[in-house]
Design a protein around this ligand. Structure first.
Ligand SMILES: *Cc1c(COP(=O)(O)O)cnc(C)c1O
Length: 393
């Protein structure tokens, strides 16, 4: 129970206020509790905490006050009952799969998932007898057709990386539920400031807190958000196996959340301006951005997300040489595949994030050699477009 529940606060306020716990010192800014363990007042108190299910700290693989504050705040932002913070986004996905799946189960996933998520499903889940079928992100009939009696999870990312294809969360939730499966949404790109999948029918939300929740490119972290009952086994896995978040990282992310709303709005304003500018450039063949009316799912984006977010992709006229010329002529933008930072990043997906798959698979995924992905940061728009213009002219 969030102590601010009865005040019916706006998410912008919850991002700053929810979850705060004060020590006996009355600190205004949340404290960082760097401690692995906790001291008990008596043998009986220790017993109560260890085996009696008593409230209170036990050991930082289980609970930590700073981590608690992050979890409460993020749960409030997603409109969820519970949140479990993890060491990274991948640790969040690992914990969900280990907690909820068993050998023989099946996953239906949207194509274009984050590369390590695909690797994880194909190498490790498969090794333990969990198969994954991939379907086009925006093809509802394909989800329906891929469902099997053993399907336990439908796992999607929306918008997709790098082409910003949207998954219709409400419609996909219905398909998953009809088949007796749970819908898991990786909400990394939008963050709860722009999209709240649980309110649209999703069961579990995954975060790479490394991205927009921190927002300044400092630490790794992740989270699983959902109902208490659903997360019970996920939590047991985490406490047993230990991909727990460091309290230090949790504190950084907790502080990052305070500016999440204002940052995501600013990222979106900048990204829309850059995307609109790109559409006007003679050297640009096509722009992919859910905030542009030219996006094939613009109407869905308006229903499902508050704004278009920070990720913009575009195809230059020509091929790899022309795309590389844009990347290499940038003097301000960072050439890196990372995203979720105040700094704008630029990447050539065909030779980096999607460089290890076959050219045929790349074409099937719609990743042309002429494609460039931007994660638009918070610099002045003119400085970003001036930088892109250097290589486009
Ligand atoms: C980065 C990312 C992840 C993995 O998160 P880490 O914190 O790097 O482990 C998962 N999903 C998406 C969409 C991501 O961008």
């Amino acid at each position: 129970m969030n102590p601010f529940d009865e005040l019916d606060l706006d998410p912008q306020t919850l991002a700053i206020r929810a979850g705060t716990q004060r020590s006996q010192f009355g600190e205004h800014s949340e404290a960082l509790f760097l401690t692995s363990s906790y001291v008990f007042k008596s043998a009986a108190e220790a017993k109560g905490r260890f085996v009696g299910g008593d409230e209170g700290m036990v050991y930082s693989r289980f609970t930590n006050p700073t981590v608690d504050m992050l979890q409460t705040r993020l749960a409030a932002l997603e409109g969820a009952e519970a949140c479990i913070a993890t060491a990274s986004g991948m640790a969040a996905i690992l914990a969900v799969c280990m907690g909820l799946l068993k050998s023989g189960d099946h996953i239906v996933a949207s194509k274009g998932l984050f590369g390590s998520s695909i690797q994880f499903f194909n190498l490790y889940m498969a090794k333990f007898g969990v198969e994954t079928s991939y379907v086009d992100a925006d093809d509802l009939a394909a989800y329906e057709a891929a469902m099997k009696p053993t399907t336990k999870l439908v796992f999607v990312e929306t918008p997709s990386n790098p082409l910003t294809q949207l998954v219709d969360i409400a419609a996909t939730a219905e398909i998953a539920h009809r088949g007796g499966a749970l819908l898991v949404v990786d909400n990394c790109f939008c963050s709860p400031a722009l999209q709240q999948p649980l309110k649209l029918g999703a069961d579990i939300v995954i975060h790479s807190a490394t991205k927009y929740l921190d927002g300044q490119g400092r630490v790794l972290g992740g989270a699983v958000v959902g109902s208490k009952a659903l997360l019970e086994e996920v939590l047991r896995f985490l406490r047993t196996a230990g991909p727990t978040i460091s309290p230090f990282n949790a504190w950084i992310i907790l502080k990052g959340l305070e500016t999440l709303d204002i940052r995501m709005k600013a990222h979106s304003v900048n990204a829309l301006a850059v995307a609109s500018w790109l559409e006007q450039q003679p050297g640009v063949a096509r722009v992919f951005y859910p905030g542009l009316p030219s996006h094939p799912q613009y109407e869905l984006a308006r229903r499902q997300q508050k704004t278009g977010g920070a990720i913009v992709a575009f195809e230059v006229k020509g091929g790899q040489a022309e795309a590389w010329r844009v990347v290499d002529n940038c003097r301000l933008l960072s050439i890196t595949a990372n995203l979720g930072d105040t700094r704008t990043t630029i990447t050539h997906p065909a030779t980096t994030t999607h460089g290890r798959i076959t050219p045929e698979a790349r074409t099937a995924a719609g990743i042309q050699d002429s494609l460039i992905r931007l994660a638009v940061g918070l610099e002045a728009v003119k400085d970003i477009t001036d930088d892109l213009a250097r290589g486009l002219s």
